[in-house]
Design a protein around this ligand. Sequence first.
Ligand code: PEP
Ligand code: MN
Length: 358
Amino acid sequence: MKFEPLHKWLPAGSSPLVISGPCGAESLEQLMRTALELKEINKVSLFRAGVWKPRTRPNAFEGRGEEALKWLAEVKKESGFKTTVEVANAQHTELALKHGIDVLWIGARTTVNPFSVQEIADVLKGVDVPVMVKNPIHADLQLWIGGIERVYNSGIKKIAAIHRGFHFYGKTKYRNKPLWQLPIELRTLFPDLPIICDPSHISGNRDLILSVAQKALDLGMNGLMIESHYDPAVALSDAEQQLTPHNLNELLSKLVLRKQNSDDPVTTDKLIELRKIIDEIDDELMNVLKKRTQIIEEIGKYKKEENITIFQLERWQEILRTRGQWADKMGISRQHIEKICQLLHEESIRIQNGLMNS
Ligand code: PEP
Ligand code: MN
């Protein structure tokens, strides 16, 4: 896949690129007031609003549908903002196009369903409209890529991925866990695919948005989608996470913008020097791992001769306990060391299993 650069279809006024607007379109007044206040801060490139809201339980605010598309056309005329809405099926897509919506996005609950994404993609054949594809609710990178591919195969090259975090069953400070390794992997596989972070749906509450947005920029994401409402307290959906345009402005001015690379030769030289040291350390690490593997093989052969099982619970518990203590003493993260031990142990089992059964 070869994607069109983001700045060609969604120019950022002042960096970073910001998409903002309410979670849901509630009334013409709400949209207009929010849009005009956002216009004032002069940092937003695209006005968002959900007109069909996928709600977890029935009887919650489900959006105003086609009527709201007409409001958005008025908002566009009055404020000059280009607009974007979520589409979840073919009919939504047809209506959004009919009412001149500039950019479409596919929501997390839709990306999970290849039938729905395909039916949207089929409507988009021969249409020149940018599409943003949110990650699926659960952490399935292939499904996210599949959604993007379906849109791409309909002929659309103006595509961005939106990282909005992943559902997690259990306690977490986030509404949706960011699992940053997924967007990083997506970037590695498709370096020219723009990725926009949605810190609002990751956070679920206002207080976390700044730190999530900062991290997204530090990881090289290409823009932010942040929900805003002229008065979040009266919002009909996602009230806890929406910001007033004024607060959005404050938040954006607190973000530290870092460059991808430095043009200063002194900084570049320093980095090259430090990276050389990292190369040497990694080389040493490989040697140590090679030595470890050889011993693991010896143990495996011995266990086979003596007819001893591969997995020894007490030994594994001892490894976890002692390495955790060593990590604490050395001032390195115990969690990190435990993860590495886990990986080493899995590899030992794999090697010994191969030996035992050969
Ligand atoms: C939204 O952007 O308002 C929305 C419904 O998001 P998501 O699909 O990420 O849940
Ligand atoms: Mn929302």
